[in-house]
Structure formats: C-alpha cells, structure tokens
Design a binder for this molecule. Structure first.
Ligand SMILES: [Zn+2]
Length: 159
C-alpha cells in the first residue's frame, strides 16, 4: 500500500452528512514525500468532512511533534505542531472562481488526495527559524561548524 492509497478519500461514495477521518503521521510520511530534513514525527491529523448536496467542507486539525535539525547546531530539535485549516470543495466547470480556501474540482474527479495537503499544512505551520532555546544547542557541534566554515568567520547567533 502506498501513501496515495492511504491518504485518498473516494468522495463519490460518501453520503450527505458528516464523516470523520484520522491519520497518524510518522517520519516515513515525509520520506515518501521527498522531504528528508525531518527525522521524527508523531502527528495526528483529524479531518471532519461535511458533505452537502452543493459542496464539501473539510476541517483539518493537525497536532503533534516534529523532529527537525536545529538551524543553529543541526542537532535534533523537537517542534510542536498545532494547526487548523478549512477548505471548501465545489464541483464546477467554471474555472473563473479564484479563492484560496475554495477548491474547484471537475465533475470527472472522484478522489481527494490528502497527502500533499497534510504535508503542506505541516510545513507551512513551521516557524521561519527553528533553534534550541539559548544554551541548549550542541556546543561541540557548533565548534565543529565554526571550524568547518571556510571563511573563518564565526557563525552568527543573531536572530
Ligand atoms: Zn541547536
């Protein structure tokens, strides 16, 4: 079974009403999606999908922990993930509609591929800078990085 099967919703078969989905994401999810910087993940993705006659409304709740390299010392750093996102999906042959939270799909589609959305939601929720608290960085690693620096300049600790 590959990621796309696990994270696909065949929406044509869903009845009108509320449907709940949940996935647990680990680091393999990012390996399969070509994002190698992430060495650990334990993230819960909860989706409430409301289907009506006119549209589908998707409410994602994504929370958990991600392990990524610290921007300063490269040692593993735990980052808390807690993000929500809503999306409306409508069927239309009118592609003039332009709205970030509105997705238009054609009448021939039958599956929602969730994996790319999950990946994007998690990565977009990361802060611009991911570093350990002051003093918690790997001091030896920083020393090595400084030595490796070709120019001989020390690495700036400025935010
Ligand atoms: Zn660090």
């Amino acid at each position: 079974m590959n990621t796309h099967d696990t994270y696909a919703i065949s929406f044509r078969g869903l009845s009108v009403g509320i449907h709940n989905f949940q996935w647990i994401i680990d680091e393999k999810f990012f390996e399969e999606n070509d994002y190698s910087g992430i060495t650990g993940a334990d993230i819960s993705v909860e989706l409430v999908l409301e289907k009506t006659e006119r549209h589908m409304k998707l409410d994602f709740d994504v929370f958990g922990e991600l392990i990524i390299p610290c921007d300063r010392c490269l040692a593993p750093l735990s980052v808390e993930i807690d993000t929500q996102h809503s999306l409306i999906i409508k069927e239309s042959d009118d592609d003039e509609i332009d709205d970030d939270d509105l997705l238009i799909i054609s009448r021939s589609e039958y599956q929602l591929l969730i994996a790319p959305w999950i990946r994007e939601m998690i990565l977009l929720s990361l802060p611009m800078k991911n570093v350990h608290d002051d003093g918690d960085c790997d001091a030896e690693m920083i020393k090595k990085l400084e030595e490796m620096s070709d120019s001989g300049e020390t690495i700036s600790f400025e935010q």
